[in-house]
Write a protein that binds this ligand. Structure first.
Ligand SMILES: CC(C)(COP(=O)(O)OP(=O)(O)OC[C@H]1O[C@@H](n2cnc3c(N)ncnc32)[C@H](O)[C@@H]1OP(=O)(O)O)[C@@H](O)C(=O)NCCC(=O)NCCS
Length: 244
């Protein structure tokens, strides 16, 4: 058993010190939040409807309940080629306070960004762009819109937690985020190696651990990579908000 590993099985991938969850591995990990009273339709002041990014106009607007299936599909597809490939939601969670933005192209949701507010901190809970529309400026426009919204809600800092996908890390760095708070996301998976669950937890009578998700300290990286096939370095990206 690895006594020093913080066992957050089916709880959270986010650093435990933070109140809201980011990038939950499974629905079981995400506590349902009180649904936000729908705000009146509000377009980001930075982007007029029909803002032209490529050949087809992109509209950045607020999420609507009727977007849910398109939002879920966009999220799954945008994560598919990343370290969050198995982070699948089948129902959308809404932040208690924050914003839910979608990028819409010809009626199709091609980008999504949710952030939640905790006093003066805005945390990006979800950001994703459909794989066919990545690297065309949509993620940046969603982010710029989110910064304006977050500032309007009183945020002085915006942050996000993400794993070790090089393209995503490059994107955050190029957007001016500073990196900190590194820690490990560890998966103990019987089907990857039948010995892995026993390296992580001691089973209770009658229960046979098959797949476990755990947090660990960055200092344990070599040990964790030796014991488990799937280990990610998670980190916080943050930047101050200076919106005029
Ligand atoms: C990370 C992500 C949200 C970024 O969104 P995106 O729309 O692909 O990113 P952008 O197009 O705004 O920016 C990407 C790059 O393309 C460039 N770009 C912008 N418009 C462009 C265009 N028309 N043609 C080519 N490149 C363009 C940008 O300048 C930027 O350059 P950089 O790499 O030097 O920073 C998106 O790639 C994604 O969904 N990734 C998978 C999911 C994921 O990892 N989510 C985050 C988990 S925390």
């Amino acid at each position: 058993m690895v006594a020093t590993v913080a066992v957050n099985v089916a709880v959270s991938q986010r650093a435990p010190s933070h109140p809201a969850w980011l990038w939950g591995v499974s629905l079981l990990e995400v506590q349902p939040r009180a649904r936000q009273t729908p705000a009146p339709e509000m377009r980001c002041p930075a982007f007029v409807p029909g803002c032209r990014i490529g050949p087809v106009p992109i509209d950045i607007r607020d999420y609507r309940p009727e977007d849910e299936q398109a939002w879920l599909r966009c999220r799954v597809l945008s994560f598919l080629g990343t370290a969050y490939f198995d982070d699948v939601m089948t129902a959308k969670q809404s932040p208690a306070v924050g914003a839910e933005l979608v990028a819409v192209e010809g009626g199709a949701v091609v980008g999504i960004l949710d952030f939640s507010m905790d006093e003066s901190l805005a945390t990006i809970d979800t950001i994703g762009v459909h794989p066919d529309r990545q690297r065309q400026g949509i993620g940046t426009k969603l982010f710029e819109c989110a910064r304006i919204r977050a500032a309007a809600l009183g945020a002085t800092t915006i942050d996000a937690y993400t794993r070790d996908d090089e393209a995503t890390l490059h994107w955050y760095r190029a957007r001016g985020f500073t990196e900190s708070d590194h820690y490990l996301h560890v998966y103990a998976n019987y089907y990857a190696n039948a010995d892995e669950p026993a390296e992580a937890v001691e089973p209770r009578p009658g229960l046979f651990p098959i797949k476990l998700f755990l947090h660990a300290e960055l200092e344990q990286e070599a040990e964790m990579r030796h014991k488990f096939q799937r280990v990610h370095v998670c980190r916080r990206f943050a930047q101050a908000i200076h919106v005029q």
